[in-house]
Design a protein around this ligand. Structure first.
Ligand code: 6GU
Length: 243
């Protein structure tokens, strides 16, 4: 998969050299390219923004600069999907990450200030480009860079071969079960007087599985009642309903 990220702060994305995503890049599983939007400016000051028509606070990113950058990158390697992080977008979820992970080429356009001139998204949609405006959640960041980091990591770890043991992807929070993950423990068996739940040392696989499901259900009900409400009819059996 190829991902192009366009930003006025390319250094923000340096973290993507590290850890799993960095390894995926070096292994050739992810072709990630970070670009400076100012490379597509045409004035001495390398201007990317201006004051908003209609007045108001802050600055708006110019459509012409973004247009030059996106014309080049969207045409670069076959059809690409355009991702625009914005607090006004639809919520980025594990389902959205899974969908993006099936794409061949993503271009992520990081806005700053009050955002990007609204004609940019309209223009590319009219030209048949699939555009996702996506938000991390209900709070405001200073720009799309942190969201791009989040999205590249969430998508990158789903690419075949990136996570060493694909089983790790199955039982996690926001996975197939629609529940938060159960608590996990490792050595030492006693720490600060706290023991690991006995069942986990029992070697009794069926009991361990049942205990983990109970804990996942309890945790989800307490922390995320919205996720319990969203479960389908077939997701809970009679035993689950006792928890
Ligand atoms: Cl994607 N961008 C900005 N600027 N703020 C956010 C966000 C994105 N998601 C949540 N807050």
């Amino acid at each position: 998969m190829r991902i192009d990220v366009v930003t006025i702060f390319p250094e923000y994305l340096a973290a993507l050299d590290l850890s799993l995503v960095g390894k995926a890049r070096r292994a050739g599983l992810l072709d990630l390219r970070v670009h400076d939007l100012r490379d597509w400016t045409d004035d001495r000051h390398r201007t990317v923004d201006d004051t908003p028509f209609g007045g108001g606070a802050g600055m708006v990113m110019r459509a012409d600069v973004w247009g030059r950058a996106l014309d080049e990158l969207l045409a670069a390697d076959g059809p690409a999907r355009l991702v625009v992080p914005a607090p006004s977008g639809e919520v980025f979820t594990q389902r959205r990450a899974e969908a993006l992970a099936t794409e061949e080429h993503l271009v992520v356009a990081c806005g700053r200030y009050e955002g990007i001139d609204a004609r940019v998204v309209e223009h590319y949609r009219d030209r048949g480009v699939a555009v996702d405006e996506l938000s991390l959640g209900d709070y405001v960041l200073n720009g799309g860079e942190v969201a791009a980091l989040v999205m590249v990591e969430a998508v990158g770890r789903l690419l075949p071969g990136v996570v060493g043991n694909p089983h790790s992807l199955v039982e996690e929070s926001h996975g197939e079960a629609g529940l938060l993950e159960y608590p996990v423990y490792t050595k030492p068996p006693v720490w600060e007087g706290r023991e690991v739940p006995e069942v986990l040392l029992s070697g009794h696989h069926a009991r361990i599985e049942r205990w983990r499901r109970d804990e996942a259900l309890r945790r989800t009900a307490r922390r995320r009642p919205d996720m319990i409400a969203a479960l389908g009819d077939g997701d809970l059996d009679a035993r689950d309903r006792e928890v």
